[in-house]
Design a protein around this ligand. Structure first.
Ligand SMILES: [Zn+2]
Length: 167
């Protein structure tokens, strides 16, 4: 499969494609799933970011496991505030960074409809095959009202993987 074909396939799936991220050895659907993995929005962990410290973009990139370019994109386009503009290197306050990441994670969260389960393999909300769906108590009690937690599980109708959702 040529890059052009992949591009077509990909644009049909409404996924922005960055070719340089796909190794040459990958092709077709494999490239697509590989790309999905890196292009889909993800959850960033900010537990290592200290509120009262300031960070340069390279440090942020290392802490969060993203590229420095990504950090600059956050600054230029996504509204991550720097302490002083036109300063080199740019400094970002830890507190601001934490707030920013929380906001991004929230934005990236996938909302599920009541009958949907998120498939980790397909990386999208899916419906389970009807006959395979079971609901079991997990034995945990959650929330202020001490509600019993349930786990709904089944088989993904798209890829056949096991899927589950905590209720
Ligand atoms: Zn699936």
């Amino acid at each position: 499969m040529t890059l052009k074909n992949i591009s077509k396939e990909v644009s049909e799936c409404h996924i922005k494609l960055r070719f340089r991220r796909i190794p040459n050895s990958l092709c077709g659907s494999l490239a697509l799933s590989y790309f999905k993995k890196f292009s889909m929005t993800r959850k960033y962990k900010y537990n290592l970011v200290r509120s009262r410290r300031s960070y340069i973009p390279a440090e942020i990139a290392r802490l969060l496991g993203v590229s420095v370019r990504t950090v600059f994109r956050w600054i230029k386009k996504e509204g991550l505030q720097v302490m002083e503009k036109n300063k080199n290197p740019l400094l970002i306050m830890g507190d601001e960074l934490r707030q920013f990441i929380k906001k991004m994670n929230k934005k990236n969260k996938v909302k599920l409809k009541s009958d949907e389960i998120y498939c980790l393999k397909c990386r999208q909300p899916v419906k389970g095959i009807n006959e395979t769906i079971t609901i079991k108590e997990t034995g945990k009690v959650i929330g202020k009202k001490e509600r019993k937690q349930d786990c709904k599980s089944g088989i993904c109708e798209i890829c056949g993987s096991k899927i589950y959702r905590l209720l």
